[in-house]
Design a protein around this ligand. Sequence first.
Ligand SMILES: Cc1cc2nc3c(=O)[nH]c(=O)nc-3n(C[C@H](O)[C@H](O)[C@H](O)COP(=O)(O)O)c2cc1C
Length: 244
Amino acid sequence: MAVRVLGIHSSPRKYGNSFKMLWIALEAARRAGAETAYINLYDLSIGPCFACYSDHFLNCRYPKDPSECPLRGRDDYSLVAEAVLRSDAVVFSTPIYWFMVSGVLKNLFDRMTSLENMIYHSGRSLVDGKVAGVLAAGEEAGASTALSWSVFTLINMGFHVPAWGTAYYHGRGDVLDDKQAVSDSYNVGLNVVRLVKVLRGEEIGNEPWYRFLSDDEYRSLVEEARKAAEEMKAKQRRDRPWLR
Ligand SMILES: Cc1cc2nc3c(=O)[nH]c(=O)nc-3n(C[C@H](O)[C@H](O)[C@H](O)COP(=O)(O)O)c2cc1C
């Protein structure tokens, strides 16, 4: 069965650097034979966690009876939760906002407590054994805080994060001009697929876990990623009419 990789993007700039990094990672996953899906959290409404857990640890569960849920099905969390549950691996991509992940991604992580907390109801976190990777784009600083916080949180939910499972870019330019950041993003996509296969007991050979891109591969990837970002930008002009 093909590996299913979900990309969760958490920037309002659907054509920006964190989008491009995610596109590269998902393309690497597709080239490794995976099926991919993409969600942008700004297309959805995911409210903050109501901390049912903190009243009593058994109050937090997924799915939750709507009559008990403070949000009463009024937001889109379950759409994302279901997409995560359908996936073998999830790649989260975030802009760095004040040295951290974006607020919408933090809200999602808080809400995903309901998946992890099933360990107290059924003996198993609903994301137990799934694989995750994380990408972060910022201008100057904060990637190491955002990425280390994300990885620490994800492994405490039950996800595995592979070798080279994070990538970042710091700069005011276009991430696609930075071969290191493009290669690192590529390896995130490749390695989440490889780790899912290892966990399934499939043979993956003995290649190193970090794969260097040839100049030709880099050029063609960047060309396709630029096209995808331009398409996203064209689509978003209606919502962001000031876009140049
Ligand atoms: C609210 C806000 C806070 C930001 N904080 C940081 C920061 O702490 N560190 C940083 O390097 N860049 C920061 N930036 C810059 C963004 O991370 C940067 O523009 C990034 O490219 C945005 O990603 P995107 O192109 O995927 O939208 C901030 C931007 C905004 C809007």
